[in-house]
Design a protein around this ligand. Structure first.
Ligand code: KDG
Ligand code: MG
Length: 409
């Protein structure tokens, strides 16, 4: 089973996706996701110019060897572009191996450790009424765990709040990347946010009761002492997790946060290797690992990262916004089903056009996802349909403080 062709498909049905499709000399095909929001063409070029020529003729079964070869032979290690490109190859190889075995991928990862994968949905609102409507909608859709984001008085546009004018987002979803030649500018004020957000969770608990698992994403905007205060202020509302409370490449900062609060912490969607987590995991400074299979070198590397986390009772919380393609989502679901230390899976359903391009067999029912039992990943890309949606430049927004200083978005 040698790799015969490797095609990089950049398509933009509802948003941009980078998909790698490998075909073997015995005519099996495997797909992998290399989407990197706002930097898609960089991964496509990395794959086309530097990886595809190395793959042709290689043994498609040699997954670990190919991973080590791509990681070490580049000499320049880590980084989101490199690790997304390696992920695309790795996931396509796992898809091929599972198809060759005639088994759903999770069987090759040790088999199912659970019957379903608990997923969280996204509720947001510009005010409490709109937020409550959004939570009710997510409950009707079937979610049993909900991430809560709201506007903050005095700030015009806040991360995670749907229905930003012109964003093209579905009424209850949100899509931060905008199809425009330049990134949108948002504003930010940490003091206003810290004053407002506990009152939001107080209202949500009063309306929806103590049992509904609630999550919140601070999206890397706070200093360690601000994050400590937020975690402490949210303790009465019993969050499932507080995500990305600080820009956590300064891993030691989490020691300070941890000393002050028992609110569980989730970190890592922007990380791309186990090295970004060394202190966080070894010192048990977090509770959930947020890395996406798509951004962390694929199933091979994410499995090792989660096995390392398991030694410290740290669980998975794999990143699953719409910028993870259905291929990347399927890869996450097979891993979620197989590992012992599964925590929760983020799930933001894709739009209709995306579902035309990607045929999927994973299911969502009563709050639980399942990857299905088709051989391989259970997802394929329709090349003709993808061809109808060429790449469109799109950027994530960025933030400035009131005095004009650029802040973490
Ligand atoms: O591309 C950026 C998004 O993936 C990110 O903003 C989504 O923070 C996010 C989340 O938790 O889903
Ligand atoms: Mg996040």
């Amino acid at each position: 089973m040698n790799i015969d062709t490797a095609e990089v498909i950049v398509s933009s049905p509802d948003r941009n996706f980078v998909t790698l499709k490998l075909t073997t000399d015995d005519d099996l095909t495997g797909v992998g996701d290399g989407t990197l929001n706002g930097r898609e063409r960089a991964v496509a070029a990395y794959l086309e110019d530097h990886v595809v020529p190395l793959l042709l003729g290689r043994d498609a079964h040699a997954i670990e060897d190919t991973w080590q070869f791509l990681y070490r032979s580049a000499y320049w290690r880590r980084g989101p572009v490199t690790m997304a490109a390696i992920a695309a190859v790795d996931v396509a190889l796992w898809d091929l191996k599972a198809k060759a075995a005639g088994l759903p991928l999770y069987q090759l990862l040790g088999g199912a450790s659970r019957t379903g994968i608990m997923a969280y949905g996204h509720a947001s609102g510009r005010d409490i009424d709109e937020l409550f409507d959004s939570i009710r909608h997510q409950l009707e859709v079937g979610f049993r765990s909900i991430r809560v984001q709201t506007s903050v008085p005095g700030i015009d546009a806040v991360y995670g709040v749907a229905m930003r004018a012109g964003s093209g987002a579905e009424p209850h979803g949100y899509e931060p990347a905008q199809r425009a030649p330049l990134p949108a500018e948002e504003d930010w004020d940490s003091s206003a946010y810290l004053r407002h957000i506990p009152s939001v969770f107080e209202a949500v608990r009063a309306e929806f009761g103590p049992e509904l698992p609630l999550l919140h994403d601070a999206h890397h905007r706070l200093t360690p002492i601000q994050a400590a205060r937020l975690g402490k202020d949210l303790e009465p509302y019993d969050l499932f997790w507080l995500e990305d409370c600080t820009p956590a490449e300064n891993q030691e900062a989490l020691r300070l946060v941890r000393h002050h609060t028992t609110t569980p912490m989730a970190i890592g969607e922007v990380f791309n290797t186990v090295w970004d987590y060394q202190t966080l995991i070894r010192e048990q400074l977090i509770d959930y690992v947020r890395s996406a299979v798509t951004h962390t070198g694929g199933i091979t590397a994410t499995r090792k990262l989660l096995d390392y986390a398991a030694q410290y009772q740290i669980k998975s919380g794999i990143h699953g916004p719409t910028d993870i393609s259905p291929v990347g989502m399927a890869a996450a679901l097979h891993l979620d089903l197989a590992i012992h230390n599964f925590g929760i899976q983020e799930y933001m359903p894709h739009g209709a056009l995306t579902n035309e391009v990607f045929q999927q067999s994973f299911t969502f029912q009563d709050g639980y996802l399942h990857p299905g039992d088709h051989p391989g990943l259970g997802v394929d890309i329709d090349g003709d349909a993808a061809g109808h949606f060429p790449y469109q430049p799109a950027y994530l927004p960025f933030s400035r403080l009131k005095d004009g200083t650029v802040h973490d978005w």
